[in-house]
Design a protein around this ligand. Structure first.
Ligand SMILES: Cc1cc2nc3c(=O)[nH]c(=O)nc-3n(C[C@H](O)[C@H](O)[C@H](O)COP(=O)(O)OP(=O)(O)OC[C@H]3O[C@@H](n4cnc5c(N)ncnc54)[C@H](O)[C@@H]3O)c2cc1C
Length: 428
């Protein structure tokens, strides 16, 4: 955490605060800053060692964008307690959460809670998607950030969404030979998206910047992977575009189909979920009293929307509704953009045909598509096949089966993440 804020050594096992923020991504940082500026005692918990969330993690000493720099400076100047490396896994009673740290479990007591737990990549199964070196786009980026040597490696990016572009630019700057980006969305949808970008100055700037950084990398719309092939390691990927199919040799396939909100904590607390996102009112209030939600847990919308939702949630948690209302028009504009974003990168029906009978869908429990097909709901599939019951608890296969079968996947139970037995015992 930046110096001004307190980066916790965590000598105690209990933290008491006015506002607890779960997640130190843009939404969480914005909420914490606003609430702390109102003089409240604010703590931010994140399961990573450094703040910034998916986009700014590890950048606090050297922010790569003006926006990140501004926000890290704001956080530094505010009195915020940052608790890194702490993953919230359980609610012991309303107003009390439990988080696991390397030093054991801690109890977090709050008056108001802001859920800012972000989103994750969506994966769709296809033959070969579980092979080594086939990974999420964000996953590969994270590995490179932590030292994976990518220089000179041939990378195919595939799936859907702006994350493919961000990661392609990042990998190229780290020496990767990014061969192409296969985007499943159609050219006409992308044109509409491009027009929406042009209407907004900051997004227009980002778009131009990406164009420069990605210069000469082929961007194929209406194109997706249908199989990955390997000997001892990944050797190639077969792509499809219209009726054409061809194979591309590569070292890595970085593949993700847009994003899905992280809902575990919200579900655990009993917050209403609709259309795959936490439901909030105009003040970012969830259906549970004293619990607010902001950022991509409330729906995929990009950085600016996460920030403004975080600010609104922080102000409301500090009882500053009038101030919060002043941000509604900015938020409304960003929500308009989010709608277009999600329409643009909605999954096409053909992607349901990628999976073959013997393709593994639940990779934790090795459950194939053929086995899942025999069931008519997530619940019976879980009971009969153990699908979604492994270490990831359905975080990977859940969104995939939702898309493949239209099942309603909502079955969170504590602990929401695998934790040490020692931490479980400490709940007593
Ligand atoms: C893998 C990935 C990579 C991305 N990379 C980029 C990029 O390069 N460029 C870009 O423009 N956009 C990127 N995005 C999109 C970007 O994250 C969003 O646009 C936006 O910034 C989301 O902000 P947020 O605060 O809502 O969530 P996030 O930034 O996701 O922050 C949420 C934080 O909450 C933490 N958390 C979740 N659950 C718990 C828990 N139980 N206990 C403790 N902590 C928890 C998470 O670890 C995370 O640090 C990426 C998204 C993903 C999923």
């Amino acid at each position: 955490m930046p110096e001004g804020s307190r980066n916790d050594g965590l000598s105690e096992t209990e933290v008491v605060c006015d506002v607890l923020v779960a997640g130190a991504g843009p939404a969480g940082l914005a909420a914490a800053w606003r609430a702390a500026n109102e003089g409240l005692n604010v703590a931010v918990v994140d399961d990573n060692p450094s703040p910034g969330g998916q986009i700014w993690r590890g950048e606090q000493s050297e922010p790569t964008s003006r926006e990140a720099q501004v926000w890290f400076q704001r956080i530094q100047s505010a009195n915020i307690r940052f608790i890194p490396g702490a993953r919230i896994f359980q609610q012991s009673e309303p107003g009390k959460l439990l988080a696991e740290t390397t030093r054991g479990a801690i109890e977090l007591r709050y008056t108001n809670l802001v859920l800012a737990t972000g989103a994750r990549e969506r994966f769709l199964p296809f033959p070969g998607w579980t092979l080594p070196n086939v990974m999420g786009a964000g996953g590969l980026q994270a590995l490179v950030k932590t030292g994976l040597a990518i220089s000179g490696k041939k990378v195919v990016m595939a799936g859907s969404g702006p994350l493919l572009l961000a990661v392609a630019a990042y990998l190229r700057e780290h020496g990767a030979n990014v061969l192409l980006i296969a985007e499943q969305s159609s050219r006409s949808r992308l044109l509409k998206f491009g027009l929406a970008l042009l209407n907004e100055r900051s997004k227009r700037r980002h778009a131009i910047e990406f164009r420069r950084r990605l210069n000469s990398i082929r961007y194929l719309t209406g194109c997706w992977p249908i199989a990955a092939h390997a000997g001892e390691k990944l050797t190639s990927v077969t792509l499809q575009r219209g009726s054409k199919r061809w194979q591309v040799e590569c070292d890595y396939l970085a593949c993700g189909f847009h994003l899905v909100p992280n809902l575990e904590l919200a579900e655990l607390l009993g917050c209403k979920i609709e259309n795959g996102a936490v439901t909030v009112d105009e003040f970012q209030q969830t259906s549970v009293p004293h619990v607010y939600a902001a950022g991509e847990t409330t729906g995929i919308g990009g950085l600016e929307l996460s920030l403004v939702e975080g600010e609104v949630a922080g102000l409301v948690a500090a009882n500053k509704r009038d101030e919060a209302q002043k941000l509604f028009s900015v938020r409304s504009k960003q929500r308009g953009f989010a709608r277009i974003l999600n329409e643009t990168f909605a999954l096409r029906d053909e992607l349901r045909d990628l999976v073959a009978s013997e393709t593994i869908v639940c990779r934790c429990e090795d459950v194939t598509f053929a086995r899942l097909k025999q069931h008519d709901s997530w619940r019976t599939a879980k009971l009969q096949t153990r699908c979604g019951m492994g270490p990831c608890q359905g975080r990977v296969c859940g969104p995939a089966v939702e898309y493949l079968f239209g099942w309603h996947v909502q079955s969170v139970r504590p602990p929401v993440f695998p934790i040490r037995v020692e931490s479980l015992i400490s709940q007593r």
